[in-house]
Design a protein around this ligand. Sequence first.
Ligand code: FPP
Length: 256
Amino acid sequence: MFRKLIKRNKTKINQNDDLDIHNLPEHIAIIMDGNGRWAKKRKMPRIKGHYEGMQTIKKVTREASHLGIKYLTLYAFSTENWSRPESEVNYIMNLPVNFLKTFLPELIEKNVKIETIGFLDAVPQSTIEAINYAKEKTKNNTGLKLVFAINYGGRAELVQSMKSIYDELQRNGQNSDDIDELMISKHLMTHPDPDPDLLIRTSGEQRLSNFLIWQASYSEFIFNEKLWPDFDGEELKQCIKIYQSRQRRFGGLSEE
Ligand code: FPP
């Protein structure tokens, strides 16, 4: 009987692995790392790695949407990435245009909603226009919410949120006693989305690199060895499987 119950709660995603559809992470955040090393290994220019990285985004989005994941947040460009060579920065900045030109119809068909976090005003106008167009076209979609972090940094986000909290307190005649965790969360760029349940970083590096530093407080971290262009939907499922094997305690004690 018990075995039967367990079985009923699982879905065969493919022959080899089954995921518990009742224990999927609602929000997955990914630090897509290793594009440069992928290209270097093949004696190719770094931008080729970014191009392939963009193709991986399509694969991972398809799988996340297929599984019924609600939120997928991808770290596409950090506030620190401006220090890279100008030609590489320009190439990465143009990738959302390419991505949306080739993938927006499928995103619409899959009921995916596009959003961004980050300081978009510093991004080239053509990129902003492509993103705004995609946001507008997908604004009523109710499936996966695909969030690109572009010119995003967790510390800069916190600075901005503290400034707007200060303004709000002044406006309402309040003081620092009125600040609580909920108020801070409400002033972050990710509001009103839930915090990530699972945070994946590819390429074997084990750092947060200023990504969602407030929101990832209780996320499960998985450091995957694949370089981002080699990552795919199957690998995403493996990460979810690892996530499902863990017990999240949120600072408390486990139930067992
Ligand atoms: C990290 O690899 C990757 C980036 C800094 C850029 C990631 C951007 C994309 C995959 C494309 C974004 C596209 C859209 C649609 C928003 P790295 O260059 O740091 O790799 P390395 O550590 O091996 O040098």
